[in-house]
Write a protein that binds this ligand. Structure first.
Ligand code: CO8
Length: 260
């Protein structure tokens, strides 16, 4: 399968997806959404693929935002009638049950920051810069920035970033809990792929359920979340991999996962 705006390759059980509009700093247009939606659907459907990494081509940007040139002359009614940006959250996030990582290699601004925050976690290059500068264009975040950034870094920082449009560097992003760690740019891809390989080597259903449990923490009360966690844990005890994992521990041998 070939795509217009992204590159997709598989490395063992890991799918690497690269945003590939370097001349536009990987700005996210309608074609990128269509390509990403298709690539993530293919990843999700392939039982041999167990973790994905999303990164940007070039050294400068992960993605410098939604494509301003595509939006500049678009009438307001079209934004509303097309429910512009809805596909980014409904298709990209909700339909992908397998884990995926954003490897942020430079600017992650506006929609680029929002796309990175849709990932299960972010690994940042030391050159990464995060921001929600939409206010400088007379608008506001439209792909989850006001919600996910606030949950990730708290109200004070999210509010300041959205109201001033200032960028956060990688060190501040790590301090604030936006990213799991910062690595030198030259090591970013290797680090992200290695992490993805580790995740891909885990029992598939347990990985999917760990992801589902943690995501539920955003949506539910503590009591409901704890009940949901317990029920999902109990479901995992019915898997062949649970029997294998526990027996392998007792027998002091490596587990042979079946993925079910
Ligand atoms: N969209 C389209 N093209 C872009 C974008 C973008 N977001 N960002 C950069 N580009 C293009 C530039 O136009 C330029 O193209 P060209 O060479 O043809 O002029 C090329 O990429 C290189 O960019 P620069 O020359 O500007 O590179 P610099 O190194 O000077 O600056 C910056 C890098 C600081 C990243 C700068 O490009 C910049 O500020 N970009 C825009 C960042 C931004 O504002 N992002 C938010 C966009 S809006 C959004 O994501 C959500 C909107 C929600 C709206 C809701 C409506 C319903």
């Amino acid at each position: 399968m070939s795509y217009e705006t992204i590159l997709v390759e598989t490395r063992g059980a890991v799918t690497l997806i690269t945003l590939n509009r370097p001349k536009a700093l990987n700005a996210l247009n309608t074609q990128v959404l269509a390509d990403l939606t298709q690539a993530f659907a293919a990843f999700e459907a392939d039982p041999a693929q167990r973790c994905a990494v999303l990164t940007g081509s070039g050294e400068k940007a992960f993605a410098a935002g939604a494509d301003i040139k595509e939006m500049a002359d678009k009438p307001a009614a079209d934004f509303f009638l097309e429910d512009f940006f809805a596909g980014w959250t409904s298709d990209l996030v909700k339909k992908v049950r397998k884990p995926w990582i954003a490897a942020v290699n430079g600017f992650a601004l506006g929609g680029g920051c929002e796309l990175a925050m849709m990932a299960d976690f972010i690994i940042a290059a030391d050159t990464a810069k995060f921001g929600q500068p939409e206010i400088k264009l007379g608008v506001a975040p439209g792909m989850g920035g006001s919600q996910r950034l606030t949950r990730a870094v708290g109200k004070s920082k999210a509010m300041e970033m959205c109201l001033t449009g200032r960028m956060m560097d990688a060190a501040e992003a790590e301090r604030s809990g936006l990213v799991t760690r910062v690595v030198p740019l030259a090591d970013l891809l290797e680090d992200a792929l290695k992490t993805a390989e580790t995740i891909a080597s885990m029992p598939t259903m347990a990985a999917m359920i760990n992801k589902e449990m943690i995501n539920a923490a955003y949506e539910t009360t503590l009591d409901q979340g704890l009940l949901h966690e317990r029920r999902l844990f109990q479901i995992l005890t019915a898997t062949e991999d649970k029997v294998e994992g526990m027996n392998a521990f007792v027998d002091k041998r490596a587990a042979q996962w079946k993925g079910r």
